[in-house]
Design a binder for this molecule. Sequence first.
Ligand SMILES: [Zn+2]
Length: 171
Amino acid sequence: MSLLDIRIVPDPVLREICAPVTLIDAAVKRRAEDMLETMYDAPGIGLAAPQVGITERMLVVDVAGEGEKKKPYCLINPEIIWKSDTLSVYKEGCLSIPEQYAEVTRPAEIKVRFETPVGTTEELHATGLLSTCIQHEMDHLNGVLFIDYLSRVKRDMILRKLARLVREHEG
Ligand SMILES: [Zn+2]
């Protein structure tokens, strides 16, 4: 297993529409393991393939709290097949937009169908943080970031702060 390089805004790969995974083979399985390792190391609760420069429709999530048993999911070619009318608001962050957070409103519950690294097709009824996290990661597969849900003023403020942070880090 190896740690992958996390891409930061404004890396153009974060705006690409990802292609479906057509063959679930050993390489895909290995990639899922690398993505999980990279996510835990960051640390984060979700990571989508384009965030590590891979424009394929797969993502990993694990919203288990500190001290709780790990509960990783790897979703390949995920599709939302149902979403609740009820909405929920979470303060979201993103490994590609480090140290910036903002409230985003999304459907509170979803049902998602996906393939797994062992080639099975599964459905998951996600609620709470898991639901938000999966929706956030699925957005990445379509080049959408959580800052796209914010007003222009808020988005520009976050981008300015991020640019300053990156400059300081490089300097
Ligand atoms: Zn993200």
